[in-house]
Ligand binder design. Structure first.
Ligand code: NAD
Length: 467
């Protein structure tokens, strides 16, 4: 089987073959620009331990570079490099002006207390700062698998201890809690972005007709793998939009109920019992991978990479594969699925909601002002004047409730969600249009990679690096 980074490069080369760029430029885009591998000691409850960590900056064509930090026992250099490369292409696809990067620590977080994790995170952060692999204009980490707002707050606080006078210090990391300089809507941004992307894809009558599906999300049967940050929020938004969540899969097993599962109720049950298994009214499926093979309209892997492989691809019975996780499908599996007519919405586009809202958070930190703060009241006043003018012209009086709804100025969360929605719609249409215009492109991933490649190549060419 190809490694994760090799898989990303297979996709890259498939798109590159459709271009006329010189080989040297393609190699420049493909290669990771800087790799930092570090071993650092921390005194945990078990005594002194040495941890292995990475920060890999894949592309400096734009700075700062950006990408999450992953904590998992399986983290290695190949995985972090692959994820960093995906970040480069992802940022380009959604027009977020960053290069790509990724970080990771090889650790099983379940084995450590919060105090130990704090020490490990702070030490890892110090190692990044020492080598200039972190900073608001250099490299800006964010959450990924195994990390969240708590870890980002520790990272920001550690950075602040090194640079207490830096006015831009909070922009050194995104995905922070709102009270620590974070932005409303970041936690659910990736899941919300997956939902916007799916809604856009399912809104295309011709594409849906080809798959034998009705237009829209309403009534679509959905399976979600992984109930963490991305999977949980994606499942909630899809359910809200009228999808029927027929199965949910976690590490220790999956549950299946053809009539639909209530995501919140499952999470409540999971909190109370420690597992999603034995949820009232649902059937247990073990091993958990069986959920991937259920007949459904939309399969959403939202856990980890390499979940759909040459081995299980022939048994996958979905019409749409929505890659919320990074790298859930191997190149071999993708070929099998495409040959069978599955519509694959690729990770490199679909889970870009997180980095999009991280970009908004970074701007907020640099500008030191909450989105909406300056203009909200002004807009409200001007909308109110318009409502009054309409009342005067038509003689129809609006109720207080109607007036409040029409005149309301946008708050931070309104603007974040609206910016995210616009970004996901616009990027989907860009890549769908590329695929429509060029008959050599038969899948959305190739279109997405081509879109990214064109943008990164243009930026190098305009820099004059490649005459
Ligand atoms: P997370 O740690 O919050 O959640 C992952 C969940 O998957 C956990 O609940 C875990 O128990 C579950 N899981 C692990 N192995 C599983 C298996 N074999 N079967 C079923 N469930 C399993 O992580 P996350 O932040 O939600 O990230 C999930 C994926 O989305 C990763 O590939 C990550 O790179 C990608 N992603 C995350 C973000 C983000 O903003 N967090 C952004 C873009 C992409």
């Amino acid at each position: 089987m190809l490694s994760f980074f090799e898989t990303v490069n297979v996709y890259f080369e498939k798109a590159a073959a459709l271009t006329e760029y010189p080989r040297g430029l393609l190699d420049l885009i493909k290669a990771p620009n800087a790799i930092y591998s570090v071993q650092f000691p921390v005194r945990t409850a078990k005594g002194y331990e040495v941890f292995q960590g990475w920060r890999i900056e894949h592309s400096h064509h734009r700075v700062p570079v950006k990408g999450g930090v992953r904590y998992a026992p399986t983290v290695d250099e190949d995985e972090v490099t692959a994820l960093a490369a995906l970040m480069t292409y992802k940022c380009a696809i959604v027009d977020v002006p960053f290069g790509g990067a990724k970080g990771g620590v090889k650790i099983d977080t379940k084995q450590y207390s919060a105090e130990d994790l704090e020490k490990i995170t702070r030490r890892y952060t110090s190692e990044l700062i020492k080598k200039n692999f972190m900073g608001p204009g250099v490299d800006v980490p964010a959450p990924d698998y195994g990390t969240g707002p708590r870890e980002m707050a520790w990272m920001a606080d550690t950075y602040g201890a090194f640079y207490p006078a830096a006015v831009d210090q909070l922009a050194c990391v995104t995905g922070k809690p709102v009270t620590q300089g974070g932005i409303r809507g970041r936690v659910e941004a990736t899941g919300r972005g997956v939902y916007y992307g799916l809604r856009e894809a399912c809104g295309d009558v011709d594409d849906m007709k080809r798959l034998g599906l009705e237009r829209g999300l309403e009534g679509k049967r959905v399976v979600v793998q992984g109930l963490g940050n991305v999977g949980y929020h994606t499942a909630c938004f899809c359910q809200e939009a009228g999808c029927v969540i027929i199965a949910l899969a976690e590490r220790d097993g999956a549950i299946h109920r053809p009539e639909g599962l209530d995501v919140e109720a499952v999470v409540k049950h999971q909190k109370a019992t420690g597992s999603i298994l034995n949820f009232p009214g649902a059937k247990n499926l073990t091993p958990t991978q069986r959920a991937l093979e259920l007949e459904c309209d939309i399969l959403i892997p939202a856990a980890l990479e390499n979940q759909l492989t040459a081995e299980n691809a022939p048994r996958i019975r979905t019409k749409i594969l929505a890659e919320a996780a990074n790298g859930p499908t191997t190149a071999e599996a993708e070929k099998i699925l495409l040959d069978r007519g599955v519509y694959v919405i690729p990770d490199v586009y679909l889970n870009a909601g997180g980095v999009t809202v991280s970009y908004f958070e970074w701007i907020k930190n640099l500008s030191h002002v909450r989105f909406g703060r300056v203009g909200k009241r002004f807009e409200e006043a001007s909308h109110n004047r318009m409502v009054s003018a309409i009342e005067k012209a038509t003689g129809r009086l609006f109720s207080d409730e109607e007036r409040r709804r029409i005149a309301r100025g946008p708050s931070e969360i309104d603007l974040v969600n609206s910016g995210l929605e616009e970004t996901m719609i616009d990027a989907y249409q860009q890549i769908r249009e590329l695929a429509r215009r060029d008959s050599r492109i038969t899948d959305l991933r190739t279109a997405a990679f081509l879109s990214a490649l064109n943008k990164v190549a243009t930026s190098y060419l305009e820099l004059g690096i490649f005459p």
